[in-house]
Design a protein around this ligand. Structure first.
Ligand code: GTP
Length: 248
C-alpha cells in the first residue's frame, strides 16, 4: 500500500484549501470536492477496486485494510473535481445485524457518495448489501445519497455463488446504479462505476445560480388574475357611480 502517493487516514487529512492540504495534495486548491466511501464485506476486493481506480493497476495482495483515504482528480463534464476515496475495513454480519464500527459510521457520514461492493463468489457479501444500504440511508436522514452497487470478481465464474442478474435487480430495487466488474481483468468498468458516481454527486452539488436556475428566474411569471387591472376597473366603476350620484 505504500506504493500509493498522497495517502492519509481520514482523521489526519487536512481540510481542503488549507496550506497543509496543498502540501499533502497539490493541485486540489479551489476545486470542488467529492468524497466517496467504499464499503462491503471483507475480502470482496474493496482495496483492489480503489487501487485499480487510482493507479489502473491490479495488485493481487494487500494487507488487511485499516481504512485509508486516497485522493485524485477527475474530469467530469469539462470540470476538474478533486475526489477523496475512503477504503474501509470489511463489515461483519452478527446475529443482531451489521457489525459497523464507529470508524465505519464516521466514514459513511463523511461521504457524499458510497460504492457498495460484493463478490459474485460470496453469497453472504451480496446478502449484506440490502442491510448496508438501509444503514447508509439511516446515517444520511432526509437525503438520497448517491450509491453504486458493484459486483466484483466477474472473472471467477467457475466459483460463482451470485448471479450478477440478482445484483442488477437488487440495485434497481434500491434505486442505485449497478456495475459488474472484474477488478483483476478490466479497468474500464471500474473507472465507469466511479465516474458515474462522481457525476451524480457533481450534479447534486451544482451551486444555486447555475444556468438552469438563472434561466428559470428570467422566465416571466404567469400573471395571476390581474389585480392591477381589477383595481383600476373597480376605481373606474366607483367614480362612475359617484358621478352618477352627484349628478342626481
Ligand atoms: N480473481 C479476482 N480476485 C480479486 C478481484 N478483486 C480482488 N481480488 C482478490 O481478492 C482478495 C481480497 O481483495 P481485497 O482488495 O484485499 O479485499 P477487501 O474487500 O479490501 O478485503 P478487507 O480488507 O478484508 O475488507 C485479494 O486476494 C485480491 O487479489 C477480482 O476481480 N478477481
Amino acid at each position: 500500500m505504500r506504493l500509493i502517493q498522497n495517502m492519509c487516514t481520514i482523521a489526519e487529512y487536512p481540510a481542503p484549501g488549507s496550506a497543509a492540504a496543498a502540501e499533502c495534495w497539490p493541485g486540489a486548491a479551489g476545486r470542488r470536492l467529492v468524497k466517496i466511501a467504499v464499503v462491503g464485506a471483507s475480502g470482496v476486493g474493496k482495496t483492489a477496486l480503489v487501487v485499480r481506480f487510482l493507479t489502473k493497476r491490479f495488485i493481487g495482495d494487500y494487507e488487511r485494510n485499516a481504512g485509508n483515504l486516497y485522493t485524485r482528480q477527475v474530469q467530469i463534464e469539462g470540470e476538474t473535481l478533486a475526489i477523496q476515496v475512503q477504503d474501509t475495513p470489511g463489515i461483519q454480519v452478527h446475529e443482531n445485524g451489521l457489525g459497523c464500527s464507529e470508524q465505519l459510521n464516521r466514514c459513511i457520514r463523511w461521504a457524499d457518495a458510497v460504492v457498495m461492493v460484493f463478490s459474485i463468489t460470496d453469497h453472504q457479501s451480496y446478502e449484506l448489501i440490502g442491510q448496508l444500504h438501509q444503514h447508509v440511508q439511516q446515517l444520511h436522514p432526509g437525503t438520497r445519497l448517491p450509491v453504486v452497487v458493484v459486483a466484483n470478481k466477474a472473472d471467477l465464474l467457475h466459483v460463482k455463488q451470485v448471479d450478477p442478474q440478482l445484483g442488477l435487480q437488487l440495485a434497481s430495487m434500491l434505486g442505485c446504479s449497478f456495475y459488474e466488474v472484474s477488478v483483476s481483468e478490466n479497468y474500464n468498468d471500474v473507472y465507469s462505476a466511479f465516474h458515474v458516481l462522481c457525476k451524480e454527486v457533481s450534479h447534486k452539488q451544482q451551486p444555486s445560480g447555475t444556468p438552469e436556475k438563472r434561466r428559470s428566474s428570467l422566465i416571466p411569471r404567469p400573471k395571476s388574475p390581474n389585480m392591477q387591472d381589477l383595481k383600476r376597473r373597480f376605481k373606474q366603476a366607483l367614480s362612475a357611480k359617484v358621478r352618477t350620484v352627484t349628478s342626481v
